[in-house]
Design a protein around this ligand. Structure first.
Ligand SMILES: [Zn+2]
Length: 373
């Protein structure tokens, strides 16, 4: 399988799809000089006349400084903040954020492309991992859908709720001010959880899915609604009290384990520190990259040094090893295009284009034009 070869950047051109390309479909059209990358070869499509270059499909596309994305990736999942990473790589925090967005999109591409060959062969566990964005007045739940046995992250969404619990007079006044011009309607738990159920249904080979959650009433209500509407899939729902001892025998172990890893690996989920995500989209695209490294790179269990090179979380799914390797060779070099994904789950497309519902819509929602390609 060829996963990233040269193609015409015009989505409407037959040469955009590699399988349609006739021989000699493009011509070389000289070079242009850049400070960061030296001489760059230009090409022109012989069918539609579109231009592209060696830089067009590079992850460094449009950057003024060549970036070592592999090194950046190591920092991202080592619990380092953007400020710290910026000082190490001599880039501003905004430059780090833009580059993290690129890694996040590439990770979504790899995951969505690999999901094409996957059909669910295990029970699932869903949960909401609690954190907050921008300030503690915007608590959120990262709703994750994880394999009960594989601990593979299939998908995630983000929902928001208003700050709960006892507040002082001053805090109540602040809350009123914070919520005055914000809407939580597009980011509630129920529709976000339903999207995950529908995604799971699309991947189920039989007419039955087993799902474990805690005793949250919204889960119960949404599963009921799903079963009433679904003609093909019957969702069997098991609920476990979230106060049960969190060991490997707990049916919710897969999400408890993920929660623990996220607190350890991602600075935005560190508790009681100055590190937290400043915008919903930052959080979601960072999480996309974390999903990639958790599913495809991190060893499932680290017992001995030798075990580190053995099973990964995807090993128990039906995703072919050689495909994962091909993507791993490219993820820090190539710029993957959303138009090349055959089937992208709705919630992942919204993350890619920063269209996910959030009460903090106005923060960092700029999307570069090339991300739509
Ligand atoms: Zn073309």
């Amino acid at each position: 399988m060829k996963i990233h070869t040269v193609f015409c950047r015009n989505k409407d051109c037959p040469n955009h799809r590699e399988e349609n390309q006739p021989p000699h479909w493009f011509s070389r059209r000289g070079y242009y000089k850049t400070k960061a990358f030296g001489r760059v070869q230009k090409y022109q499509c012989n069918t539609c006349g579109s231009y592209f270059s060696d830089q067009t499909y590079s992850l460094n596309y449009y950057l003024k400084r060549k970036t070592d994305f592999k090194s950046l990736a190591h920092h991202c999942n080592s619990n380092n903040s953007n400020g710290f990473i910026g000082r190490q790589l001599q880039l501003s925090t905004d430059s780090i954020r833009l580059r993290r967005d690129r890694l996040g999109r590439n990770a979504l591409f790899v995951h969505c492309s690999l999901l094409e060959s996957l059909s669910l062969n295990e029970p699932l566990v869903a949960d909401g991992l609690e954190s907050y964005t921008a300030s503690k007045y915007f608590p959120n739940n990262l709703n994750v859908l994880v394999g009960k046995e594989s601990q593979f992250i299939y998908g995630f969404t983000l929902s928001y709720f208003r700050r709960k619990g006892v507040m002082s007079k001053k805090q109540k006044k602040r809350a009123q001010k914070e919520y005055a011009d914000k809407s939580f309607a597009s980011s509630r738990l129920a529709p976000n959880f339903m999207q995950l159920l529908q995604f799971a249904a699309g991947k189920a080979p039989s007419n039955q899915i087993v799902l474990h959650t805690d005793e949250h009433k919204t889960y119960q209500a949404q599963v009921k609604l799903f079963n009433q509407a679904s003609r093909r899939i019957n969702l069997i729902h098991h609920q476990t009290n979230s106060k049960h001892h969190r060991d490997t025998k707990n049916p919710l172990f897969a999400v408890n384990y993920l929660d623990r890893l996220l607190r350890k690996d991602c600075s935005m989920y560190r508790r009681e520190t100055i590190c937290f995500s400043r915008s919903s989209y930052n959080e979601l695209l960072r999480m996309a990259f974390y999903l990639y490294s958790h599913n495809y790179c991190k060893p499932k269990r680290i017992g001995t040094q030798a075990k580190q090179i053995e099973d990964r979380h995807y090993s128990e799914t039906q995703i072919p090893e050689h495909q994962v390797q091909e993507y791993k060779n490219l993820i820090y070099e190539a710029r993957f295009l959303v138009s090349k994904i055959k089937k992208i789950p709705r919630f992942f497309k919204k993350i890619w284009l920063k269209k996910m519902g959030t009460p903090l819509q106005n923060l960092n929602n700029w999307v570069p034009k090339f991300a739509y390609e």
